[in-house]
Design a protein around this ligand. Structure first.
Ligand SMILES: Nc1ncnc2c1ncn2[C@@H]1O[C@H](COP(=O)(O)OP(=O)(O)OP(=O)(O)O)[C@@H](O)[C@H]1O
Length: 686
């Protein structure tokens, strides 16, 4: 470790109050409970819980992180014969949680994964007709509801981690509530709904489900000692680095560390620094195995966090240090984690309905998130949480995270609701209403795309809109031959336009392929430590026309190589994710369309995402006049093109545009684009 003037954590941090601990009382042994299951706090209340839940239609369940809600409650219900006529579905905001929880519960039930206990997540369905306990992402259940609005396959739906308030959870809450009511009205098997979390606004949820009872689970399995920084930290990354190495030099190697950071680049950079520093530590220090975890990481790599650290140091063992985004914040148990380091920061979506811009911006977490982060320690034994912010700073955090539905573009959600037959989408029973401006902006956008018609105050799905809604990607993917895409998530609605107009440019195959490539998890590996090597091998694919054409070149080469794994490794291509796109029957032939057609089509489809070079070298978005910069990962980074369209916008130190295509500004004057946009374009030029 380089000269480090900071005192050890115990001196830099101030202890906060420990989590309360409830000693287990004498409990009756129930069938199906193994010793470790019986030790969880929820076990003490099993009988009472079941008694209440047997008669309740809806309930809110709140209990400490790690008390056993997610892994135990579904098993209790099943073991006590509740909901056995159908499936007990447990939703999770994230895929990695759904998969790891299903694996844990299957193990506890001594069952083969995919039989009694299974999961369904994007691209991966490990369930069968035998599956009674099914873990799934809330997005997947929402998808299922399109084909089965009453959710008749389910007898119980447990909405877990409801405090996260993702757009899918909030929409699902309304869908589940409506299915429950309609099933009762139609005398069908009732649907039991249980909303769970350790950190939620219980009154809000109880009120929403007709003032249903709130069940409190008392007790914490293992104590967690929280320490707050004594001083505000000006550089949370540096503070995290110092804390990691102080723990590393003081604690036994078996004590793993989990650090919460904000995004891929930050994580990869810190991982590199940690690996470099750990090489220069004294001989008697344990080895360090740094494991990154973020959404864009291939799924198999994500699962590495659950494995023990490989023995890199024969004599002193090696410590697992997990560097993660908020993907590890809720639900999951990572074995060995004794220490959590919480930077208090997160990258979250923000939407401005006036500009139509949706950006990812760095911000402080909420108190609920801080508590969830803490709860990732102390799961197998007592733990510690080092918060890189002071108690005063913590007091200033918002208590709950602002629901995503109030800070993102709503067009995909509205389209799904319309497809579900919701007659009045603008007054849909959302648990927290989105702003009228966002709703109006979403309707406007769908209307520009031809997905909806407006009559008076009513919004109706057009025949085209119905087709669009059949696909989870985005309204515009309504094309029969990509039916296999049904497992993808919604992409920004701006792709819609692109796909719709692609036949006019004779480049439907290219655009379909592009949208798929941009919608699956990253198809390319870009390890920062090998940046130069990656740049060298990618040179042969790079097009001066931009990232989209470059991506198509890589895809074509992948198909030509027959998806060969060695080829993928050499070219830093993620063979699994690329293979998924290829399996979708996107047989892109080599010279179907001229790249210029693809670019023209992208320009017209993504017209709201156009940006123009300014005399001072910066870029301004044409629609909302926002200052942006080209992200260094773009092949156009060095070229300073005059005008581009981009796929996404990320705000970190600056507002970066990513995945670009070079365009001619005049293409944006096309009659096909809305009059209002052309007028604005004209004004900006004059
Ligand atoms: N994969 C696992 N490996 C080891 N122990 C596990 C695993 N999953 C769960 N556990 C044990 O079971 C306990 C309960 O986990 P569970 O996910 O059911 O709690 P929870 O109350 O839902 O927590 P949270 O609110 O954090 O999701 C954990 O604290 C841990 O002791």
């Amino acid at each position: 470790m380089p000269n480090d003037p900071d005192p050890p954590p115990a001196k830099r941090f101030k202890p906060g109050p420990p989590f309360p601990r409830v000693e287990p009382k004498n409990a009756m042994l129930l069938p199906g409970a193994t010793a470790s299951r019986r030790q969880l706090p929820i076990y003490q209340t099993r009988e009472a819980l079941i008694r209440h839940l047997r008669r309740l239609h809806s309930a809110v369940l709140i209990g400490e992180t790690g008390s056993g809600k997610t892994t135990q409650l579904p098993q209790y219900l099943y073991e006590d014969g509740i909901g056995r006529q159908g499936v007990i579905g447990i939703t999770q905001p994230r895929r990695v949680a759904a998969v790891s929880l299903a694996a844990r519960v299957a193990q506890e039930k001594n069952a083969q994964l995919g039989k009694l206990v299974g999961y369904t997540v994007r691209f991966d369905d490990v369930s069968s007709p035998e599956t009674k306990l099914k873990f799934l992402t809330d997005g997947m259940l929402l998808r299922e509801s399109l084909g089965d609005p009453l959710l008749l396959r389910y007898t119980v739906v447990i909405l877990d981690e409801a405090h996260e308030r993702s757009i899918h959870t909030d929409t699902l809450l309304g869908v589940v509530k409506s299915a429950q009511r309609r099933r009762t009205e139609m005398n069908k098997i009732p649907l039991k709904v249980i909303v769970m979390s350790a950190t939620m606004d219980v009154d809000l949820f109880s009120e929403y489900f007709n003032k249903c009872p709130v069940l409190y689970l008392e007790g914490r399995h293992h104590p967690i000692q929280i320490y707050n920084s004594k001083q505000p930290q000006s550089d949370y990354l540096q503070a995290a680095l110092v804390s990691i190495f102080q723990i590393h030099q003081e604690a036994p190697a078996s004590h793993a560390v989990l650090v919460f950071l904000t995004g891929q680049e930050e994580i990869e950079a810190l991982a590199r620094t940690c690996r470099d520093i750990s090489k220069h530590l004294p001989q008697n220090c344990p080895g360090m195995c740094v494991v990154p975890l973020y959404a864009a990481l291939p799924h198999t790599h994500q699962l590495r966090v659950f494995q023990p650290a490989p023995k890199v140091h024969a004599a002193f063992g090696s410590r697992k240090v997990v560097l993660s985004t908020n993907i590890a914040e809720t639900s999951i148990t990572i074995s060995g984690i004794k220490y959590v380091i919480d930077t208090g920061m997160v990258k979250a979506k923000r939407y401005n309905p006036e500009s139509g811009l949706e950006v990812l911006a760095l911000q402080r977490i909420s108190k609920a998130q801080a508590q969830q982060r803490c709860g990732r320690a102390g799961r197998e034994e007592s733990g510690f949480c080092y918060r890189l912010y002071t108690e005063d700073e913590f007091d200033g955090f918002m208590s709950m995270t602002v629901p995503e539905i109030q800070r993102c573009n709503l067009s995909s959600v509205l389209l799904q609701l319309l497809a579900l037959g919701v007659s009045d989408v603008l007054s849909f029973d959302f648990i927290s209403k989105p702003s009228p401006e966002s709703l109006r902006a979403a309707v406007d956008q769908l209307s520009v795309l031809g997905a909806v018609d407006r009559k008076d105050e009513r919004v109706m799905l057009t025949a085209l809109g119905k087709k669009m809604a059949a696909f989870p990607l985005d309204p515009a993917f309504a094309k029969q031959r990509i039916l296999k895409l049904t497992a993808l998530t919604p992409a920004p609605s701006r792709y819609s336009q692109t796909l719709l107009i692609s036949p006019g440019f004779s480049c439907s195959e290219e655009i379909l392929t592009l949208v798929s490539l941009l919608s699956v998890d990253s198809v390319l590996f870009n390890p920062p430590s090998l940046r130069d090597e990656v740049a060298t091998v990618r040179k042969k694919f790079v097009s001066s026309e931009g990232d989209h054409v470059t991506l198509l070149n890589i895809y074509r080469a992948f198909r030509k190589a027959g998806g060969n794994k060695d080829w993928c490794r050499e070219n830093f291509v993620n063979s699994r994710n690329m293979g998924l796109v290829s399996e979708m029957n996107l047989k892109l032939e080599s010279s179907l369309a001229e790249p210029v057609n693809v670019r023209r089509c992208l320009a017209q489809g993504l017209f709201t995402n156009a940006a123009e070079l300014q005399p001072d070298g910066s870029y301004l978005t044409l629609d909302s006049r926002q200052k942006v910069s080209i992200h260094p990962s773009s092949v156009l980074f060095q070229c300073k093109p005059a005008c581009v369209v981009y796929t996404s916008l990320t705000q970190t130190s600056r507002c970066f545009i990513r995945d670009l295509t070079l365009i001619d500004r005049d293409w944006l004057s096309s009659e096909a684009l809305p009059e209002s946009f052309r007028l604005r374009l004209h004004l900006s030029r004059s």
